[in-house]
Design a protein around this ligand. Structure first.
Ligand SMILES: *Cc1c(COP(=O)(O)O)cnc(C)c1O
Length: 229
């Protein structure tokens, strides 16, 4: 049995070490615990250990987990591709969506966000390595989509997200993250108010922290292997 509590505390030590090593401010990197494919008991164990933000990729899987916690006690992040027929429930139950790849989905989330909730936080997903199997837009499409998002009142554009192709070394991993960082910087220089770079997973979060990540999305290093996949 994976010890979620031990994994979480070891991970926090590592994150602090990498913040120091790469001259990042203390606590500038937030840990999102990716709980897709993991049983409720493990999420509850992480919650008991103080973890408050969790990432899910599939709406149907996420809904019963969300219902198991008191409303407002957990910050739920949707990190998978968003289908049109899922936007209603996502706008209702999540605080963040990391995977915006079209105006159409941004508009639906805006229109369906319940008025009593704060704006839904969004990141635009970039297909940084141009992989056919991955979602996300190309970098040359980001400015029009960002412009569109900031006009909508019930969503708040926070930054960019990417899932780079697998690379073996930290040096190689850093190249893809650096490209995302540069795109984010460029948007900021153009006047977009962005504070979030969602990048880094179990196998590459050191490189992501080195390149300016503000949210790392970690699943297996906290919870162990997923039950499907
Ligand atoms: C599954 C997933 C993760 C977590 O991956 P691990 O390798 O388990 O750390 C992070 N981000 C996204 C978008 C995912 O789908």
């Amino acid at each position: 049995m994976t010890d979620v509590t031990t994994n979480l505390s070891q991970l926090k030590v590592l994150i602090a070490d990498f913040e120091k090593k790469y001259h990042r401010a203390q606590h500038s990197v937030t840990l999102l615990a990716v709980s897709k494919g993991q049983p409720l008991e493990k999420i509850q164990a992480a919650f008991a250990a103080g973890q408050r933000s969790f990432g899910e990729s599939y709406l149907q899987e996420a809904l019963p987990k969300i219902a198991a916690f008191n409303e407002g006690s957990v910050e739920w992040h949707f990190i998978g591709p968003v289908q049109s027929n899922k936007t209603h429930k996502i706008a209702q139950h999540f605080a963040w969506v990391h995977s915006i790849a079209s105006k159409k989905i941004a508009k639906r989330l805006n229109d369906q966000r319940p008025p009593d909730l704060p704006p839904l936080n969004l990141c635009i997903e970039i297909n940084i390595d141009h992989e056919a199997t991955k979602s996300g837009i190309n970098l040359d499409e980001v400015v029009p989509l960002a412009k569109y998002c900031i006009e909508l009142p019930n969503i708040q554009l926070r930054g960019l997200m990417a899932i780079p192709a697998t690379r073996a070394t930290v040096m190689e991993q850093r190249e893809a993250f650096h490209a995302l960082f540069l795109a984010w910087q460029s948007l900021r220089e153009q006047g977009f108010v962005l504070d979030t770079l969602s990048m880094g997973m179990s196998e590459d979060f050191e490189a992501a922290i080195a390149e300016g990540s503000t949210i790392i999305r970690i699943g297996r290093s906290i919870f162990g292997e997923r039950h499907y996949l």
